[in-house]
Ligand binder design. Sequence first.
Ligand code: GLU
Length: 307
Amino acid sequence: MAQASQASDVPYRGRFAPSPTGPLHAGSLLAAFGSWLLARAAGGQWLVRIEDVDRPREVPGAAEAQLATLSAFGLESDLPVVRQSEREPLYRAALERLLEAGLAFPCSCSRSDLAAAGGVHRRCVAAAPRPRPAVRLRVADGSQVAFEDGLQGRFAQDVDREVGDFVLLRADGFWAYQLAVVVDDAEQGVTDVVRGADLLDSTPRQILLQRALGLPTPRYLHLPLLLDASGHKLSKSSAALPVDPADPLPALRHCWTLLGQDPAPLRGEKRLDALLWRAISHFDRARLPARLHFHQPLTTTSPDMSE
Ligand code: GLU
């Protein structure tokens, strides 16, 4: 694979990588603001990448709406926004390397073929070959991956037993998230992945793929996830209310407080740019809450911290 075309000598490069499946909601704003704060407080760069490989789940216009919302919140990418739908050759090259090295293999197993094994693929059990098979990464027996999350601490997973050989190219021809994210984080020179805790258990798969491709492993930090009142993840594609781009300050203050930060320095600040500057200078990483989720009613109304 090509070396990072946008690699930089900055010690910190973070990113926010939404999938365009709906408008940004409070949960995605929390991840965007958290990753932006960590990058800015480290004197680093922050990138935005649109993860639009899953075309069937894409909502037309959602990517533009997400970018407009981020801008309205003052969260701007330091480099041109990258779209995964335009990066097919990078994913193809990575897949070919894995196939040539015997680390990936075509597979015709369907979900129902794998149901008896709890969905975990260890060997092909397909009744018949498909005209267009998927491609999976071969996960060797005993593949335990452990890493130190910047907030959640040590996380370990037996990828062979818990996940199995996982899909890199889907049978419907679309690239799998796991491959695209690993290729892009490396190609863009990302040093620090900060995202929601729903992706904590994807990280061992991504580390295995980095090892298979000979790519560096970035640092990872998983922020708590916002759950709705009934305990479900706020989802861009469900009924989650979008955040209001016309009124960014209350939502930013709310996220700031959820990130464990002292509300006082942002109180009373009425200008967006000034509020963001204050946020950078008062951000204290040690106050981030080491928890996996918050229960959050579906509202964007901020607690009264605005006076
Ligand atoms: N595109 C993913 C999402 O919107 C995030 C991927 C990542 O941050 O690694 O949930």
